[in-house]
Design a protein around this ligand. Structure first.
Ligand code: TYM
Length: 386
């Protein structure tokens, strides 16, 4: 097996999550923490969340602090982000969908960073013009998630930098080059923009004095581990994270779904027929070589991408997922049949997301998130130099 490599920019090999937990200095989500969130959901009239129930969100830093702050009625806020640089795929929806769940649970402010500087600095061939055209598409996708318009602020780094700059300076002064190099593996030929960028991703954890919870995939955790070295010296709380595993590429468990290989990813813009073709052609199957063999030996759910996606994300119903597992692993259900179930579920999600994107657009939600909503107005009115 290839040794995995996980950085905020790259995931290679089959990820060994037990190993990653210790490499990244984070902990598993405990049963008690899960129960607290699921009970809170029930009390709010929400369904328990499948991502939590099945363990897609599996790790955390200091989630107990968030829970304890919530119990005491202390201030909590959420922060997450998306760096434009390619098309958004279903993997990118995961943290945003879960963030919406958390905002509904905690009824708190949410900051969404769009670092239009990040991929420009990290990807050699990307120009700012190309990124600008991608930003608009990504913003529409994010507006379709349905965050609370009065409690959500979405901002582009290149636009909000004038307001953030004092906090950026305070942060930059507290990160040494050797800390940045040790955390992110920068080399002598890394451009200085890359070395400075971590400051930008950390700054929103200081947008409020309360406890910041960051939902994202585990690749982003290094930024937030670094924040904990100096947050209190700046007069803020150490940030907390809740972390997901990666949605794998269609072709199997190596790496993560990535827009740089669109055949292996389901893009948010893929029409139903395209989804069907991609899954039928590329979804790695745990089925056997021939129908006879499959009927005799059954499919292997542990490596079957369709089963894994259904289990982790798309099939919320426990008895239905058990049934699929039993039919597939006994050989009664064929590979084409389990793929068909997945195709329907993926299309259901994408079609409903596209409808949400259109209605968010018609209702001017993006303007609320970025400029005219209550929190957005407050953020633009701030002056950190005062
Ligand atoms: P980006 O744009 O690469 O990814 C956006 C979010 O999606 C998560 N993600 C995935 N989750 C599950 N399966 C996958 N295959 C998958 N690929 C990506 C990422 O972990 C991320 O949460 N530097 C960030 C942008 C950012 C940010 C933040 C992210 C700025 N501030 C605060 C999280 C929290 C980035 O490049 O994300």
């Amino acid at each position: 097996m290839t040794e995995h490599k996980v950085t905020p920019w790259d995931v290679e090999g089959k990820v060994d999550y037990d190993k990653l937990i210790s490499q990244f200095g984070v902990k598993y989500i405990t049963d008690e923490q899960k129960a607290y969130l699921q009970e809170l959901a029930k009390a709010k009239g929400l369904e328990e969340h499948v991502f939590l129930k099945r363990g897609l969100f599996f790790a955390q830093m200091d989630l107990d602090k968030i829970i304890s702050a919530h119990k005491k009625g202390e201030s909590i806020f959420l922060y997450t982000g998306r760096a434009p640089g390619g098309e958004m795929h279903t993997g990118h929806l995961i943290p945003f969908m879960f963030t919406k769940f958390l905002q509904d649970l905690f009824d708190c402010n949410l900051y969404v960073q769009i670092p239009d500087d990040e991929k420009f600095l990290f990807k050699k061939d990307l120009t700012m013009d190309t990124i600008s055209s991608m930003v608009d598409t990504d913003l529409k996708q994010i507006a379709g998630i349905g965050f609370n318009p009065d409690k959500t602020f979405i901002f582009r780094n290149s636009q909000f930098i004038q307001k953030m700059y004092p906090l950026v300076l305070e942060t930059a002064k507290r990160i040494t080059f050797s800390q940045a190099r040790n955390t992110f593996g920068f080399e002598n030929d890394s451009n200085v923009g890359k070395i400075f960028y971590p400051t930008l991703q950390i700054v929103p954890t200081f947008f409020e004095k309360g406890f910041c919870l960051i939902p994202c995939a585990i690749d982003q955790n290094p930024y937030f581990l670094l924040q904990r070295d100096f947050a209190q010296k700046m007069g803020y709380e150490k940030n907390c994270t809740i972390l997901s595993k990666f949605l794998t590429a269609l072709t199997g468990p190596e790496g993560k779904m990535s827009a740089s290989n669109p055949d292996k990813a389901i893009l948010l813009t893929d029409e139903p027929n395209k989804v069907k073709k991609k899954i039928n052609k590329h979804a790695f199957s745990g089925g056997r070589g021939t129908i006879e063999e499959h009927r005799e030996l059954g499919g292997d759910c542990a490596i079957d991408v369709s089963y894994q996606w259904l289990y982790n994300i798309f099939e919320k119903d426990d008895s239905r997922i058990e049934e699929i597992k039993s039919l597939y692993s006994s050989g009664e259900m064929l590979s084409g049949e389990i793929k068909k179930i997945l195709i329907e579920k993926v299309n259901e999600l994408l079609v409903s997301h596209r409808e949400n994107v259109s209605s968010a657009f018609e209702n001017g939600l993006l303007d609320k998130y970025m400029h005219s909503g209550k929190l957005a107005k407050e953020m633009w009115a701030k002056n950190y130099f005062e």
